[in-house]
Design a protein around this ligand. Structure first.
Ligand code: CA
Ligand code: ZN
Length: 316
């Protein structure tokens, strides 16, 4: 079924990419679905992480193979993007659909041992408000769980995170944020999906409010500058990531090393002062830790924007 473009939103976009164009992996072997230039505005339509398979109480707990989780719309080829550059993806707007779902998985997540059976909960999203049940409602905070570029080598499923981005599940990857992705291949080959209407730090049951929607992005390039892992910039902070397989201390350490690396290389901090500054002003946390699932855990170090380090990269 061809997915129609919602013509009522993002009319300023230079390009549109339908969710019909998606893969369940990141790879330089995937042919581009769209070619754009730096500065272009792109309307990207995304599936929810189940590609629309979970719709009602009848199918709410149906098993979906890992190979069909997290369809990522793309890839988008950015003209002029070369290995060693950084791709800037500005999330100008994110519009969710009207209904999302969160589910538990057996033997997965921080409280799995306390529940007797798998469970799913549908949420309505209307006018920026999420309704869970008669008692519980809260503001929507839409974000993208999956965003990334073609990895340096091979094919990486959209389930884990890594240096290429992927399933970063950082709830700060929302409206107004810019995500810096280290480019390894000509054109960068950007893809995204796994929209959430809301997701807490840690994503402890294994899902956010999984939902389909539309994203308006602007892409740009930072030539010949890059980090090892993606970086997210918000209005008030920049946030480095660290990823490790089932190893929270290792992921935490990488996120700290990435932040210290930028403070030293871009802003002239000594490593000792970076260490101290991150201890007194940085906030170390977990983006995703669905313990004890056998996957990547993602740490984040949030660095406040002050005059000594106002952006991740010093481009003045
Ligand atoms: Ca995710
Ligand atoms: Zn998700």
């Amino acid at each position: 079924m061809i997915q129609e473009r919602n013509m009522e939103i993002f009319t300023e976009a230079d390009h549109y990419l339908s969710r019909d164009h998606h893969y369940f992996s990141f790879s330089a072997a995937h042919p581009p679905a769209l070619v754009v230039s730096p500065g272009d505005l792109i309307h990207v339509q995304t599936w929810d992480c189940y590609r629309g398979a979970i719709t009602n109480s009848e199918n709410a707990l149906s098993t979906i193979p890992d190979s069909e989780i997290n369809p990522a719309t793309g890839p988008i080829f950015i003209t002029g993007a070369e290995p060693g550059d950084t791709l800037l993806v500005e999330l100008i707007d994110i519009r969710t659909g009207p209904r999302g779902v969160a589910r538990t998985y057996p033997d997965n997540g921080q409280l799995h041992h306390l529940i007797e059976k798998q469970y799913a909960r549908f949420f309505d999203v209307e006018d920026g408000v999420v309704t869970m049940n008669e008692k519980v409602s809260f503001p929507a905070s839409p974000m993208l769980g999956v965003i990334g570029v073609a990895p340096e080598s091979g094919e990486i499923s959209t389930l884990p995170a890594g240096k290429h981005g992927g399933n970063l599940d950082n709830n700060m990857n929302g409206i107004g944020s810019t995500i810096y992705l280290p480019i390894k291949h000509e054109g960068a080959l950007l893809s995204m999906g796994d929209m959430h209407a809301s997701m807490g730090d840690g994503e402890i049951c294994g899902t956010g409010i999984e939902i389909a929607g539309d994203v308006l992005i602007r892409v740009n390039l930072l030539k010949a500058k890059a980090t090892e892992y993606p970086v997210t910039e918000t209005a008030s902070a920049w946030i480095t990531h660290g990823v490790a397989v089932e190893d929270i201390p290792a992921a935490l350490q990488i996120a700290c090393e990435e932040a210290a690396g930028l403070l030293v290389s871009q802003w002239g901090f000594t490593i000792e002062d970076a260490f101290i500054f991150l201890s007194v002003q940085g906030n170390l946390g977990l983006a995703q830790a669905v313990h004890p699932s056998t996957g990547t855990v993602i740490a984040k170090m949030t660095v406040p924007k002050i005059s000594a380090c106002p952006t991740p990269f010093n481009i003045a």
